[in-house]
Write a protein that binds this ligand. Structure first.
Ligand SMILES: [Fe+2]
Ligand SMILES: [Fe+2]
Length: 212
């Protein structure tokens, strides 16, 4: 099924690019908006790059640990939303298995190193080396996604609905960062404990009534 899409997409892309070259009054390729899927994913990339730089620039063990924690959490969430939402949509729209599969394999490799970093700390002799290697892996991976003819460029040329995908990515990101579930779960926990207190109060009152 994907192979069929691949053929039809390729031919439609080829037609699109030749008509772009040939017709000056053709509608310009979509540039995207400030909060579409690609803008959101690129913003994540820039944020993590900044934290990697800060990690390299500090000698404070506690600062290193907190930066590594932020980096690992952000990368876990970022790779998860790409894996769940953006990558399948990319594969569906372009049929480009080579780019898709390579990106998934790079995610898996990064996840293993992230798990090692999270399980250790600055007192580990290899801590800095692990964070450094993770930063290099991510730099390579981000370049694969953002380079000319990379995943994002091909996504822009495709029929992907980047606006809707951006909304889906943002919603899932908020959920994975614990923003929505925490609010919900803490609200429901508060409500549950309130109910339990009320029930205990009623039971205590009933016991008191029976014995007096
Ligand atoms: Fe990414
Ligand atoms: Fe990625």
């Amino acid at each position: 099924m994907i192979k069929q899409k691949k053929t039809s997409r390729k031919s439609s892309r080829a037609q699109g690019s030749s008509s772009r070259r040939g017709a000056s009054n053709r509608v310009a390729p979509r540039r995207g908006s400030a909060n579409d899927a690609i803008a959101l994913l690129k913003a994540d990339h820039r944020q993590v790059e900044e934290w990697f730089e800060q990690f390299e620039g500090t000698n404070s063990a506690s600062r290193k640990q907190s930066l590594a924690g932020q980096i690992c959490k952000a990368l876990e969430v970022h790779t998860q939303i790409e894996h769940e939402i953006f990558y399948p949509a990319f594969l569906e729209a372009t049929g480009d298995e080579d780019i898709h599969h390579e990106a998934e394999v790079e995610h898996e490799a990064a996840k293993k190193l992230i798990a090692e970093i999270e399980a250790s700390g600055p007192d580990d002799d290899y801590y800095d080396a692990k964070v450094k290697v993770l930063s290099e892996m991510i730099k390579h991976h981000v370049n694969e996604e953002e380079k000319r003819d990379g995943m994002f460029a091909k996504a822009r040329e495709s029929e992907m609905d980047l606006g809707t995908l951006g909304q889906q990515l943002a919603a899932r990101k908020a959920q994975l960062m614990g923003e929505e579930p925490d609010q919900e779960s803490s609200a429901s926990q508060r409500s549950r404990s309130r109910t339990n207190r009320q029930e205990r109060g009623v039971a205590r009152a009933a016991r008191y009534d029976r014995t007096h």
